[in-house]
Design a protein around this ligand. Structure first.
Ligand code: BG6
Length: 477
């Protein structure tokens, strides 16, 4: 019978921009998300869930659930208001205190260095990651973090979902002026972002020898739509383009060869500078963190010249638009999977995603794995008596954890599970209406009200359920 390892890091996740609020407090500078939010709701990220003022209460609630880990991110512009240069001491003090609270309860902070919220000043100055001076800015930021938090943090994550920013391309959440039809520019940004992660890994090992560091991409495994061998090849190629392209260089120091055809067809040429590949070859992540919300299913899609014009004016927050961006001419096309079970509220979901993907990653990279995101977002109802009955979320997580446990029995080396999210927060595309947390935050889309709202916290049904899961180390589901 499968069992979770002792000391398994049960916890949950968040990101600074989506949970923190306090956007103009404590000396913080603006981030790109303060001025151009992605979400369709009326709310911005300015007040979010006001973790900035509620962190003690939130961490106490996480402790009540029995968390062993809390995966969170640091707001770059709270530490360096202009992205580089002067350090904001208040920002350092804030996170010091957050870490202190975590340790008070034996909660291990798992800290993402960068989760989408680029300091606005950097975007204004450099335009995009294509400018190699961004590397110095990021490395300097890492140096400040490692210097100040080396005694507080044992697990670092270099960069949240770098692969999604590239793979979906048109989603402008990394700053920068990506032109939708300029895949060459985009993939060259990717190369720089990959090299810079290698630099962060080297630096962390030098400055915080006791700490562990790894990347945090969004990794799914492509299921072939049919037993047509061409679909299987499409699935392999999709994995290379979507996933392995971002992990192979960090672990093996090489890019997967199968992407070459795609690159040739799309006139992409990586400008690799002297020393880049050497840096990658000598870099050794200690583990791989990955976000996984459900695997993709693909069928072969023959090459054609994609008309990027069709995306002009499209709403890049729309899911169907994102789905269209999954289609990679010459590789594969994303299709529905009718084998996925349907949840009690009718949504179709993939409980196998972590089991399948973690097995694949363990086989390929032989590195320990931590799930840095997984979960189910939808609207919740706060009842008059202060309860929230989110059985649909429990069902979703329960089925996924069951499969994850089998994956561990089959050899997947998973040491932690941090679903999205600990506390309700602002969704990247759908405001606060779409909720993910175990802890409900009483606010709505109205930013004006949120500014002064109490944002009271409530325990959802999933809170009590997850507490039981953790105290039984995954036995009592
Ligand atoms: C992940 C991101 O891709 O998905 C999170 O790392 C995000 O930042 C999460 O919130 C859920 O997606 P969404 O669009 O509902 O916020």
């Amino acid at each position: 019978m499968a069992k979770f390892p002792e000391n398994f890091l049960w916890g949950a996740s968040s990101s600074s921009a989506q949970i923190e609020g306090g956007y103009d407090e404590g000396g913080r500078g603006l981030s790109i998300w303060d001025v151009k939010p992605l979400n369709k709701g009326t709310c911005s990220f300015h007040y979010a869930s006001d973790f900035y003022h509620h962190y003690k209460e939130d961490i106490a609630l996480m402790a009540e659930m029995g968390f062993k880990a809390y995966r969170m991110s640091i707001s770059w512009s709270r530490i360096l208001p202009k992205g580089e240069g002067e350090i904001n001491k208040e920002g350092i003090a804030f996170y010091k205190d957050v870490f202190k609270e975590c340790h008070k309860y034996g909660i291990e902070p798992v800290v993402t260095i960068f989760h989408f919220d680029l300091p606005l000043a950097l975007e204004e100055k450099y335009g995009s990651w294509r400018d190699r001076r961004m590397m110095d800015a990021y490395v300097n930021y890492c140096k400040v973090l490692f210097e100040n938090f080396k005694d507080d943090v044992n697990y670092w994550l270099t960069y949240n979902e770098q692969n999604m920013l590239i793979f979906f391309g048109a989603v402008d959440m990394m700053g920068g002026t990506f032109k939708r039809n300029d895949l060459n520019d985009l993939y060259n940004q990717a190369h720089i972002q990959i090299v810079v992660q290698a630099k962060a890994i080297h630096l962390c090992h030098e400055m915080c020898p006791h700490a562990k560091i790894g990347p945090a991409p969004n990794i799914t495994t492509a299921y072939p739509k049919t037993c047509d061998p061409k679909d299987q090849i499409a699935a392999y190629n999709m994995d290379d383009l979507r996933n392995n392209f971002y992990l192979d260089p960090l672990v093996f120091g090489t890019y997967p060869k199968s992407v070459n055809t795609y690159f040739e067809n799309h006139h992409i040429k990586l400008e690799i500078e002297d020393g880049d590949m050497e840096l990658l070859r000598s870099c050794h992540p200690d583990f791989i963190g990955f976000n996984c919300y459900g695997n993709d299913t693909v069928e072969v899609l023959d090459f054609y010249e994609m008309d990027y014009g069709i995306f002009e004016g499209a709403d890049n927050r729309d899911l169907s638009y994102l789905k269209a961006l999954m289609d990679k001419p010459g590789v594969g096309k994303s299709v529905e999977n009718d084998k996925f079970p349907k949840g009690e509220d009718g949504h179709s979901f993939d409980p196998y995603c972590i089991r399948v993907t973690a097995r694949r990653l363990s086989d390929r990279y032989h590195l320990p794995l931590i799930i840095t995101e997984n979960g189910y977002g939808r609207a919740d109802t706060l009842e008059d008596d202060g309860t929230i009955h989110d059985s649909y979320r429990i069902e979703h997580l329960k089925e996924t954890i069951k499969q994850m446990k089998l994956g561990i029995e089959e050899g997947a080396d998973i040491f932690g599970y941090c679903p999205w999210s600990a506390v309700d927060l602002v969704s990247t595309r759908e405001g606060i209406t779409k909720r993910y947390g175990f802890i409900y935050v009483d606010r709505d889309e109205d930013d004006e009200k949120a500014k002064t709202a109490e944002m009271k916290r409530y325990r959802k049904d999933s809170f009590y359920w997850y507490k039981k899961v953790i105290s039984s180390n995954g036995e009592d589901l």
